[in-house]
Each structure stands twice: as C-alpha cells, then as structure tokens.
Design a protein around this ligand. Structure first.
Ligand code: TIU
Length: 230
C-alpha cells in the first residue's frame, strides 16, 4: 500500500497513513446484538443493529488483508461489579411502570450475567471473533478511553488515525470518537459498519461528527475504503 491513502468522506476527503491507522471495532458483543441480551432488554431494535454485522465483517476482512492494526472493544464489568461507574449503578434499576431494565448489569439472563466479563453474552459475536494478535480492550464505560489502557496500546502501535465501526452509533461509537478526537487521533466512522438502536439516533450521530468542517471527525462509506485497498 502507498504511504498515504485518500478516500471520499464527509465533510471532505479523508487521508490516512495505513501503517499508522487502526481499525477500531466497538462492542460487537452478543449482549448488544442478539435476542435476550442487554440491548434488547434496554429496548433496542435488534434488526437495526444486526444490519451492521455483514458490512463490519467485510470491513474487518479488508483491513486484515492489508495488515492494518485491529482493535476490538467490549463493554462490561468485573464479576464483583466494582468497576461500575456510579451513574450506571444508580440509573439501572427499573422505575415504577417502566418495563425496560427489568434485568440490570450483572443479573443472570439467558446468555449469562449481563455485560459481565467472562460470560457468553459479553463476548464478541462469532462472525467477528478477534484473531490472535488483535487487541481486545475491556472497558467499563461507554467510551473506549476511560479506565482502559487503549491510549497506551494505540501509542505503542504508533497509531495516529482510526477507522471506527461498531455499535451503537449514538452511544459507545460516538463517545469513543469524541474521546479519541480530543486526544489527537484523526477518526473516520464507516457508515455501513455502525448502527444504532433506532434510525434517527444513527443519522443524527453521524451528522454531528462531520458537521461544520468535521466537528470531531469524518464519516465515509465502506466501498471507497475497500476500493482504496485494492
Ligand atoms: N445502549 C446503548 O445504546 N449502548 C450501550 O449501552 N453500549 C454501546 O453502545 N456499546
């Protein structure tokens, strides 16, 4: 590959050095994508998020084929839940009359304890299972940088640019791009390879990223990226 690649993007073309670029795949976990998981319990539309699986697989395979550094994240907690931010502890019990949050983080559900490390539901879906040598970041927050070693691991790999995908667009994907942008990483979200729990959340979240000369990043389609790798 050339030292620098450039692809069509919003708000303008995105240039990135492949050797210093990582693919960051956010939280493609069974708990967010499959029935009976945490996302469905929260009230998410699973059909919407599942649409991101095939494009993300295509993106992952293309990035692996050209030797990009791959980072995966998983949202979840240690079994004693001692790493839960207080906001998550306090806001998770069901409110009177609210059918959502009937189960909360750490409760035992069909795929094991919800968003708890080591449980079946916490792990990444089979289609996108990390290869040996790919970095897996376990994060207790919505963003990938709070209370994790991701900054150090990106630095140790010499990464300056991030191609970002995963779920959900409005929550952990957007929070991670905001955190990365503030730390000087040039981020580009890949539209087909992210999804939200409803369509308006996704489109608004992507619009905010690239609004006004790239408020905190770029957004590109998948095909121009695949073409640039060929
Ligand atoms: N609920 C929701 O939209 N998302 C999360 O709780 N986590 C992620 O986005 N991964």
């Amino acid at each position: 590959l050339p030292e620098l690649l450039t692809i069509d993007a919003k708000p303008y073309a995105y240039s990135f050095p492949p050797k210093k670029t990582a693919l960051l795949i956010i939280d493609m976990q069974r708990d967010f994508l499959l029935p009976t998981g945490f996302g469905e319990i929260q009230g998410g539309d699973l059909k919407m998020v599942q649409e991101s699986i095939a494009p993300t697989k295509k993106l992952l395979e293309a990035c692996r084929a050209v030797g990009l550094t791959i980072f995966h994240t998983r949202e979840g907690h240690t079994p004693d839940l001692s790493d839960m931010p207080s906001s998550k502890v306090e806001r998770q019990p069901a409110l009177p009359g609210n059918t959502q949050h009937s189960f909360v983080i750490g409760d035992k559900a069909t795929m094991g304890r919800l968003l708890t490390r080591g449980e079946y539901g916490h792990d990444i879906i089979d289609e996108l299972a990390p290869y040996p040598g790919e970095v897996v970041i376990d994060k207790p927050g919505k963003g990938s940088f709070w209370n994790t070693a991701i900054m150090h691991k990106l630095k140790s790999h010499g990464i300056t640019h991030l191609l970002v995908s995963g779920v959900t667009t409005e929550c952990c994907f957007a929070t991670s791009i905001r955190e990365a942008n503030d730390r000087g990483f040039e981020c580009c979200g890949i539209e087909e390879a992210t999804a939200g729990y409803n369509a308006e959340f996704k489109s608004s979240s992507l619009d905010m990223i690239h609004w006004s000369q790239g408020l905190f990043g770029f957004v590109a389609n998948l095909q121009p990226l695949i073409d640039a790798f060929e």
